[in-house]
Ligand binder design. Structure first.
Ligand SMILES: Nc1nc2c(c(=O)[nH]1)N[C@H]1C(S)=C(S)[C@@H](COP(=O)(O)OP(=O)(O)OC[C@H]3O[C@@H](n4cnc5c(=O)[nH]c(N)nc54)[C@H](O)[C@@H]3O)O[C@H]1N2
Ligand SMILES: Nc1nc2c(c(=O)[nH]1)N[C@H]1C(S)=C(S)[C@@H](COP(=O)(O)OP(=O)(O)OC[C@H]3O[C@@H](n4cnc5c(=O)[nH]c(N)nc54)[C@H](O)[C@@H]3O)O[C@H]1N2
Ligand code: SF4
Ligand SMILES: [Mo]
Length: 733
């Protein structure tokens, strides 16, 4: 029998595609993008188009496994029987509960640390039963800041909420800036809207130190020095203010702090900014004038600029631009970072933080995920983090591959090697992290479980249906934590709640934009746009928002009325206005306006050159994998020939006697890695770039994160993958 099931791609990607899966006799035989989804428009990215290879990969973890050999890398491919032995779910659950109970008795419940991130962004399998379980257990809480929190804090410090320009509106823009945003690689469903705008004469500008495919296709590429975006934004504001190109009416009605900003911007004349950014003063003036006058103009800023030591302030500065020129008023204007603030699901009902009260009588301590290496080793030599009391004795990993994605890889591995650390990994594959697991549990893919799917790059909510039975003995995160809770003897009703009931409760939220959206409708209609239109009164009650909805105007597709959240201000900040001056930041001891400070690990930083590490490393994402996901699938890996390369500028290569194709050693105080030099013009002088891969595929057994740092950003305690100083030399074996 043949049937087609609607699902939604849950990978950590802004696009959250609508997916159609063909099932024949219980087996998935085809995957395609939903042609009716207004943003997916019938196509998938190259990696997910090959998803059958993932679901039916011979590398899948199919059964619970127990380690029977010492911890450590066991090479590429599925581990041998001498390393892991198959056990039953009953045995696995018994062993885990037994070990966790013993650890709790000896060290206290906060010595257990959950570790999860973006394996699936499904509302349930991302964060629901797992959170309930760890809250009830009284485990340490994880600060999930490896990706986006600096940018989020920067954005919210100006406009108060994660909202912005919807992708469909990019088709109406005349001037588009992709700022630290690799649209072709990481957000490909925005591209057709940009192409539509360009066919109508729009100009695309890319601000990125790396010549991405997006940059190659652009009308103008400005290779900026890494970490200097706040300086550029301030330089642009200098020109816009001094040449009177700002929207005085919008600014006076809907913003606070113009005088402070004016004074600050005076300190950033284009000539000065040129020194910091490497972009000429003439180009800065030209960009400022074009951005302010070629209307509508829109900025797609992505997370690239905030993986830098002062990434929060960089994002804050860029977010001020559309407020200054009033482009929020225009169809096809404004800015997009993340749109996820619009969904407002009832997360409290899903996660139940009140269960911590039951376990501890207080909220559990918070441990930052970026500093996993130091956290696990703090009992040995407290360095970056203070000594952990109690120490972490159990690590429960799901939805993440920390032995690949976490910075300061050598320190992470040292921690994971601890014989006294009990590590459980719930996974679809034998990854770098399962190399250090005591117990591995088999996890479903989105083909094999049901979920509710939001997005951070569009405004359509979806139910992702289960298309087929789980392969092997795989269980979803929800079902695995449900079983574990039962085995731990947690009797609370919440651990027996069905998936459908959890979806219903997630939708039962005070957010008026969810009004009228039910599970039943989602199952029938596949995707539903958030209820902005016709819900204006309700919108003013949105959790902390006063967003405004413009009455029925038709977009190019003639479907939905466009959403202009800040056309009439309504910024959900403490002042109710866009904040060029922020009292909140002042109270946090941060600059209430915005300023540029160069990253310590950068060409302008005080320490980098002196320490002998003069090059700036971009430890980038692969265009065709998703962070560490997909790197193990041969058909997908083939699409990423840059893996294993260090991209260098000819000047830097020549100065070190390095030629294209030579083996080089890249190093700094944290580690070293051997890569192949690729001298192909992708990076400007002073910058080198490499892509994230699994550590086990690298000859030295470590990936590019051996060089990255656990230093946290100025705002949001986020990771600084793009503020890394290194040196490079020819490798002599
Ligand atoms: N194919 C693919 N898609 C993905 C992912 C993936 O790994 N592969 N990852 C997903 C995830 S988790 C996320 S968070 C999103 C992220 O998507 P993006 O936000 O686009 O993330 P990045 O690729 O980190 O950064 C974007 C660009 O910023 C540039 N950049 C680096 N430093 C600076 C700087 O200081 N200033 C400026 N102006 N630019 C800078 C980088 O060179 C890069 O080209 O993508 C998601 N989509
Ligand atoms: N050098 C460098 N490092 C980086 C980055 C970078 O740009 N450069 N990017 C950073 C960023 S932005 C991010 S978001 C992080 C991402 O870090 P992670 O969130 O750890 O991302 P992935 O590498 O995709 O690993 C997710 C893992 O979850 C598993 N998984 C998928 N679905 C499920 C499920 O339903 N259940 C369970 N139990 N497991 C599942 C997958 O098989 C995969 O191994 O990486 C960060 N690390
Ligand atoms: S990874 Fe992104 S682009 Fe690819 S199918 Fe999933 S949501 Fe769509
Ligand atoms: Mo991310």
């Amino acid at each position: 029998m043949k049937r087609v099931v609607h699902a939604a791609c849950p990978h950590d990607c802004p696009d959250a595609c609508g997916v159609l899966i063909t099932i024949e006799d219980g087996r998935a035989t085809r995957i395609q993008g939903d042609p009716e989804h207004p943003v997916t428009r019938g196509f998938l990215c190259a990696k997910v188009a090959k998803y059958l290879d993932r679901v039916y990969s011979p590398g899948r973890v199919l059964y619970p496994m127990r380690r029977v050999a010492p911890k450590g890398p066991c090479g590429a491919g599925a581990p041998a029987r001498e390393v892991f032995q198959r056990i039953s779910w009953d045995e696995a659950l018994d062993e885990i509960t037994h070990r966790l109970r013993r650890i709790v008795a000896e060290y206290g419940c906060e010595s257990i640390l959950p570790y999860s991130y973006g394996g699936t962004l499904g509302a349930l399998n991302g964060a629901s039963m797992d959170r309930r379980f760890f809250h009830r257990l009284g485990a340490s809480q994880l600060e999930r800041s490896i990706c986006s929190t600096a940018g989020e804090e920067g954005l919210k410090s100006v406009i108060g909420i994660k909202l912005g320009t919807e992708p469909e509106q990019f088709a109406h823009a005349r001037y588009i800036i992709a700022w630290g945003s690799n649209i072709h690689g990481n957000n490909v469903h925005l591209w057709p809207f940009i192409e539509e705008a360009r066919r109508k004469g729009a100009k695309l500008v890319v601000i990125d130190p790396y010549r991405t495919r997006t940059a190659k296709c652009a009308d103008w590429h400005l290779p900026i020095h890494p970490g200097t975006d706040a300086a550029l934004a301030l330089g642009l504001m200098h020109v816009i203010i001094n040449e009177n190109l700002f929207d005085a009416d919008y600014v006076s009605r809907y913003t606070v702090g113009l005088e402070d900003l004016k004074a600050r911007a005076q300190q950033y004349p284009p000539e000065e900014v040129a020194h910091w950014t490497g972009i000429s003063a003439d180009d800065i003036r030209k960009l400022a004038r074009e951005y302010a006058t070629e209307r509508p103009s829109v900025i797609r800023v992505n997370y690239g600029i905030q993986r830098s030591e002062r990434g929060g302030m960089s994002m804050r500065a860029v977010t001020m631009l559309p407020c200054l020129i009033g482009s929020w008023k225009e169809l096809g204007g404004g800015l997009q970072l993340s749109l996820s603030g619009s969904y407002g699901l009832n997360r409290e009902a899903l996660e139940m933080p009140e269960l911590m009260q039951k376990a501890l009588g207080r909220p559990a301590r918070i441990v930052n995920m970026v500093q996993l290496g130091s956290v696990l080793n703090s009992a040995i030599v407290p360095k970056i983090v203070p000594k952990m009391v109690p120490p972490i004795q159990a690590l429960f990993v799901y939805n993440s591959n920390p032995a690949a994605v976490c910075p300061n890889h050598n320190e992470v591995v040292r921690g994971l090697m601890r014989p006294d650390l009990f590590t459980v990994v719930h996974e679809q594959f034998f990854t770098d992290t399962t190399d250090y697991a005591d117990i591995v549990l088999p996890a479903t893919t989105f083909f094999e479980h049901k979920d509710l799917q939001t997005a951070y790059g569009h405004y359509y909510l979806q139910v992702s249906n289960q298309a087929m039975d789980p392969v092997g003995e795989c269980r979803s995160n929800v079902e695995m934590f449900r079983a574990l809770a039962e085995r731990m003897g947690f009797e609370d009703d919440c651990f027996r709640e069905t998936v459908d009931s959890m979806i219903d409760r997630a939708l039962d939220s005070p957010n008026p934009w969810l009004k009228g959206i039910t599970r039943d409708r989602l199952e029938r209609e596949r995707h539903i746009r958030l209820n902005f239109a016709g819900n204006e009164d309700a919108a003013t009650n949105h959790v902390g928002t006063d967003a405004f909805v413009r009455p029925a105007e038709r977009s190019s597709e003639g479907t939905a009325a466009p959403f202009l959240p800040f056309a009439q201000g309504n910024f959900p900040t403490p002042s109710g206005k866009a904040e060029f001056y922020s009292e909140t930041l002042k109270h946090q001891g941060l600059d209430p306006v915005v300023a540029f400070t160069p990253p310590d690990e950068s060409r302008h930083g005080s320490r980098s050159k002196a320490a002998g590490f003069p090059l700036e490393l971009l430890a980038r994402k692969p265009d065709n994998h998703l962070n560490s996901s997909f790197a193990n699938l041969p058909s997908v890996r083939k699409m990423e020939p840059w893996i294993g390369d260090l991209e260098m500028h000819p000047t830097d290569a020549e100065a070190r006697g390095v030629r294209n194709g030579d083996r080089i050693r890249a190093f700094n105080s944290r580690g070293e890695i051997v890569l192949r030099a690729r001298v192909d013009g992708a990076v400007p002088p002073g910058v080198v770039a490499a892509r994230l891969d699994w550590a086990r595929f690298s000859p030295g057994g470590g990936n590019i994160n051996v060089l990255t740092s656990e230093k946290l950003t100025d705002m949001g305690n986020a990771a600084t993958f793009y503020s890394v100083s290194v040196e490079v030399e020819l490798f002599r074996a």
